[in-house]
Write a protein that binds this ligand. Structure first.
Ligand code: HEM
Length: 256
């Protein structure tokens, strides 16, 4: 059943205003996801764009960059699924009355696009890493740079694409998610490169995923600027308690 976190008169100086806040769980999810997305944008731009030369030359930094990037992004995906579930069960607090209809509409559209990005960015990133011939497959033997055997975990013994006993498994898979959980490839994407004939189409797909992921990253930056700019406008120009809606301070009741 939908619940609403409503607090009356918590804002100093506005005792008669009905003030509303997100639930504590929603706040934690919001700030955890925000920090992780910022890390993804910073690490993505540094490792593959602004400081790509440095990271190519320093393997240890590159390893840290890619593992923390993929781990942070997949955690965003998991937390976003939890956040969507929580939001379906807990109605968000209403917008302040002073918000104009176009502002509400813009906020809805921005939020929808942010959720879409929080799902699609990790999925396209995972797809990039999966778009390599599975280690030990016939495709991996003919793949040339920048392709090569899959950097992901090799398929299990007996599964399509599993390396024959004793065969080289290709380059070692990268450390897993947060250096602990092995990251499996998205099998239908990895299996495109099982045979030599599939290597080139898979490479084209790899480049397309990388391009979508890059464009998505820039769109995410744009959306975050709009999102943060809107919140600051309501807080400081419209003098509404916008940040407190998502803040941890001044909370008195409904500690969900
Ligand atoms: C919220 C989640 C994510 C965001 C915001 C994000 C953002 C970015 C950005 C901005 C870049 C740099 C693009 C460029 O300038 O070339 C990048 C690159 C990359 N990301 Fe992500 N990323 C996310 C999740 C993931 C995940 C979960 C994975 C893997 C499982 C991943 C794998 C990659 C890879 C492999 C590249 C390099 C692409 C290339 O070869 O050009 N990303 N990411």
């Amino acid at each position: 059943m939908a619940t609403r976190s409503v607090e009356a008169g918590w804002l100093p100086g506005r005792p008669s205003t009905e003030s509303v806040r997100y639930t504590r769980v929603a706040m934690w999810l919001h700030w955890a996801i925000a920090i992780l997305i910022i890390w993804n944008l910073v690490s993505g731009l540094l490792v593959w764009d602004l400081a790509a030369g440095f990271f190519k030359a320093h393997k240890a930094f590159y390893g840290f960059g890619i593992t923390s990037h993929l781990s942070s992004g997949l955690t965003v995906l998991a937390l976003t699924i939890v956040r969507i579930g929580w939001r379906l069960l807990h109605e968000p607090p209403p917008y302040p009355d002073t918000m104009k209809p176009w502002e509400r509409h813009a906020a809805h559209v921005a939020h929808f696009l942010l959720y879409t990005g929080m799902m699609l960015m990790p999925l396209t990133g995972w797809a990039i890493l999966s778009a390599h011939p599975p280690a030990g497959s016939a495709g991996a033997k003919v793949a040339r740079s920048p392709m090569g055997a899959s950097p992901m975990a090799a398929p299990a013994n007996g599964a399509p694409g599993a390396p024959p006993a004793g065969a080289s498994k290709g380059p070692p898979p990268p450390p897993g998610i947060w250096w602990v959980i092995p990251l499996p490839a998205i099998t239908p994407i990895a299996n495109i490169g099982l045979e030599p004939g599939g290597v080139e189409p898979q490479h084209v797909l790899h480049e397309e995923f990388a391009e979508w992921h890059k464009i998505g990253g820039y769109l995410m930056i744009l959306l975050l600027i709009l999102h943060i700019g809107g919140a600051l406008k309501h807080q400081f120009l419209d003098k509404e308690p916008e940040l407190q809606r998502m803040g941890f301070r001044a909370r008195r009741r409904n500690q969900e």
